[in-house]
Design a protein around this ligand. Structure first.
Ligand code: DOR
Ligand code: ZN
Length: 349
């Protein structure tokens, strides 16, 4: 029985680092383990221009330990006024790794997102030409659509037509949560991939209401029924290069999670890799773990894999790993802790 494995250092292909005191609190946590991360642009106000991107990258860099090897990969927030020239310029200089599409109103800080897709055609054309991936929050915002159906309907109404109109546009369907998402991506060509989060591999919608309402298990897209969780575990452990880790670690102050209208977002940065290792172990697929967390992402983004390695061991971690992270005078952030013991650790020796 395998009890220890060495893998290439992982990357996080979907991460929220925020700004200000929160950025200072959470950036070192991800930097301690990952080689790189795709940094989400949904700040208030969002990262809309190359000037915003450069300024945010400097703030991120300033929040990292001086000797870090971690590299933030920066993204722009797509709006109906995004300048196609910024895509071309950012791609050529290497400053821009991807562009994020939030349908307006779909999730946290998405109000400036896209309402009318015909208004972003020129930008998508520029991205297609420059090979810049479009990262999609795949949920419709139509209030008539049940929250548990929003991903499947998005595929039908938005993503499938978008793929037809822009067949060479490289698209990552972010944080897929459904069987429909897994099969749409699995059956697509090499221009389509998906990230999967640790929480969607571990919890289903019933877990959110186990013994009471659990705000720290609430994120968007919301966890679905058990059959969907099983489909995601199958996709992640399949060995297909189209699926890779994007933690969607999304910190919110405890006061904004534990209240009458709690924010969506799960902060999993300290525990994501050990929990994902545990999932692969449970599925008898530890040999596929390195592909999912360290190889498939760079292959899609056309980047080299990280040069160094990390070691994982089947042993309970120091419980301090679950300690809330202090985010300054406004409060702290609770770490993802599903109702399952964690049996894997990242070890340094
Ligand atoms: O749960 C979520 N939180 N989903 C998102 O798409 C955004 C994120 C956030 O920024 O808090
Ligand atoms: Zn996200």
């Amino acid at each position: 029985m395998t009890t220890e494995i060495d893998i290439i250092r992982p990357d996080d292909w979907h991460l929220h680092l925020r700004d200000g005191a929160m950025l200072k609190a959470v950036a070192p946590v991800s930097a301690a383990l990952y080689g790189r991360a795709i940094v989400m642009p949904n700040l208030v106000p969002p990262v809309r221009t190359l000037e915003d991107l450069r300024a945010y990258r400097s703030r991120v860099q300033a929040a990292l330990p001086g000797d870090t090897r971690f590299r933030p990969l920066m993204t722009l927030y797509l709006t109906e006024t995004t300048d196609p020239a910024a895509i071309t310029e950012g791609a050529a200089s290497g400053e821009l790794t991807a562009v994020k599409l939030y349908p307006a109103g779909a999730t946290t800080n998405s109000d400036a997102g896209v309402k009318d897709f015909s208004r972003v055609h020129e930008v998508l054309e520029a991205m297609q030409k420059a090979g810049v991936p479009l990262l999609v929050h795949g949920e419709v915002t139509d209030p008539a659509i049940d929250i548990f159906d929003r991903e499947a309907v998005f595929i039908e109404r938005v993503l499938a037509p978008l793929r037809k109109d822009f067949p060479a546009l490289r698209i990552v369907m972010e944080h897929i949560t459904t069987e429909e998402g897994a099969s749409f991506v699995g059956e697509g060509d090499e221009n389509l991939a998906a990230t999967i989060t640790p929480q969607h591999l571990i919890i289903n919608r019933t877990d959110i209401f186990k013994g009471g309402i659990r705000p720290h298990l609430y994120c968007l897209p919301i966890a679905k029924r058990e059959n969907h969780r099983q489909a995601l575990r199958k996709a992640a452990t399949s060995g297909s290069p189209k699926f890779f880790l994007g933690t969607d670690s999304a910190p919110h102050l405890v006061s904004l999670k534990e209240c009458a209208c709690g924010c969506a977002g799960i902060f999993n940065a300290p525990v994501a890799i050990p929990y994902v290792a545990q999932v692969f172990d449970e599925e008898g697929a530890l040999d596929k773990l390195e592909g999912f967390v360290s190889r498939n992402g760079p292959a899609f983004y056309r980047l080299p894999v990280n040069e160094d390695r990390i070691r994982l061991r089947r042993e309970a971690p120091d419980p301090a790993i679950f300690r809330s992270v202090d985010a300054g005078e406004d409060g702290s952030v609770v770490v993802f802790r599903p109702d399952r013991p964690l049996e894997w650790s990242v070890v340094s020796d």
